[in-house]
Design a protein around this ligand. Structure first.
Ligand code: NAI
Length: 339
């Protein structure tokens, strides 16, 4: 069988270490993948002038699938964020982030099963910033009918396909009447064509309070860009932290899978980072390939990996962020032993 080529961007900080661990586990699962290594972030700046080189974009366009480690974009040096650029250039308009309790990780809540569907291309992340006059600066929040419509459609389609019951939109349309107003108008319009799925709107400040009181009342959260970014980390905190939340950025024909967390410079180079979130993102990728390209055995490999990490976590074989004492590579070895 020929190996599916997948672009791998190891990224910065903890990225190369967790990517190595993930590759080991995937190989042990039997999933035949040929990784095409590409650079972005600080790693790319060591070799050229851009944080996101053309060659990396071209490789993703060619192979349509990438697994991406976290990237650092230098602050205040005129570089646009790697992630913002990638999502825009490749039109990866939806970020899909499932947030669930894992057996064996004790948190304040059980039964959390939320999917965040975040608009990924506009809002306050449009990069339209200027200085009005010295001492007065401005960032523009952009919303377009098309982008609001397609992300709402994505959320409802996702809900229907996966048998989910409810879509909740968090917004601040009471203040941002035009931009958030458009977002809820389009969400409402789309919701009317999915009468089998409950639709609900909530002002985001009240929504945040409710989510930390009882997250089990939420199913799919549909959010514009900034709110999706913030709620992703908040929800990660409900199920054990940034080390256990996977993610994907999906367009119409290209998908980039990545963990929610960043490059964690505070723990880089120590072999203590948890590779699980990137591994879970890779499991999402294998399932995506099985579903969209008919490579059925990838879903069996994905299940094998899931069983292995559930078992390891259940037995207390975890990295330090989850209360264990394994290093990044030792955790990968522990999964391989259990496969
Ligand atoms: P961060 O997610 O890197 O770190 C926040 C906290 O979580 C830190 O204490 C870190 O040690 C911990 N943490 C994160 N991932 C972990 C893991 N796998 N295992 C154990 N602990 C983990 O967020 P921060 O500090 O705000 O950002 C650091 C850099 O990452 C920045 O340059 C930022 O721009 C970049 N970043 C990149 C992202 C991406 O490429 N997708 C996403 C978020 C941030």
């Amino acid at each position: 069988m020929s190996k599916r080529k997948v672009v791998l961007i190891p990224g910065d900080g903890i990225g190369p270490n967790i990517s190595t661990a993930v590759k080991k586990v995937v190989a042990a699962s039997g999933a035949e993948i040929r990784w095409i290594g590409c650079k972005a972030g600080l790693a790319a700046l060591e070799e050229g002038p851009d944080v996101l080189p053309e060659s990396t974009i071209d490789a993703i366009k060619e192979h349509k699938i990438a697994l991406k480690g976290p990237c650092t974009t230098p602050i205040g040096e005129g570089f646009t964020s790697v992630n913002v650029q990638l999502r825009k250039i490749l039109d990866l308009y939806s970020a899909i982030r499932p947030i669930r309790n894992l057996d064996g990780i004790k948190t304040r809540f059980s039964g959390v099963d939320i999917v965040i569907i975040r608009e990924n291309t506009e809002g306050l992340y449009s990069g339209v910033e200027n200085q009005v006059t010295p001492g007065v600066v401005m960032t523009m929040k952009v919303a377009t009918e098309d982008a609001c419509y397609r992300i709402a459609k994505k959320a409802f389609e996702y809900a229907r396909k996966r048998g989910r019951k409810k879509v909740t939109v968090f917004h601040k349309a009471n203040i941002m009447k035009m931009t958030d107003g458009l977002f809820i108008r389009k969400s409402r319009e789309v919701s009317q064509r999915y009468t089998d799925i409950e639709y609900e709107e909530m002002i985001i400040d009240a929504g945040c309070m409710k989510i930390v009181q009882d997250p089990t009342q939420f199913d799919i959260l549909l959010l514009e860009n900034l709110y999706g970014d913030l709620l992703s980390d908040l929800c990660a905190g409900l199920v054990g932290g940034l080390g256990v939340v996977p993610g994907s950025n999906i367009g119409d024909d290209i998908a980039v899978f990545e963990a929610v967390h960043g490059s964690a410079p505070d723990i880089a180079g120590k072999n203590i980072a948890n590779p699980l979130a990137l591994l879970m993102s890779c499991v999402m990728m294998l399932n995506h390939l099985a579903e969209n390209e008919g490579i059925d055995y990838y879903s069996e490999c994905a299940t094998k990996i899931k069983l292995a990490y559930n078992k390891a976590i259940g037995e207390g074989a975890t990295t330090r962020d989850l209360g264990g004492n394994l290093g990044t590579q030792e955790f990968a070895d522990a999964l391989i032993e259990r496969m």
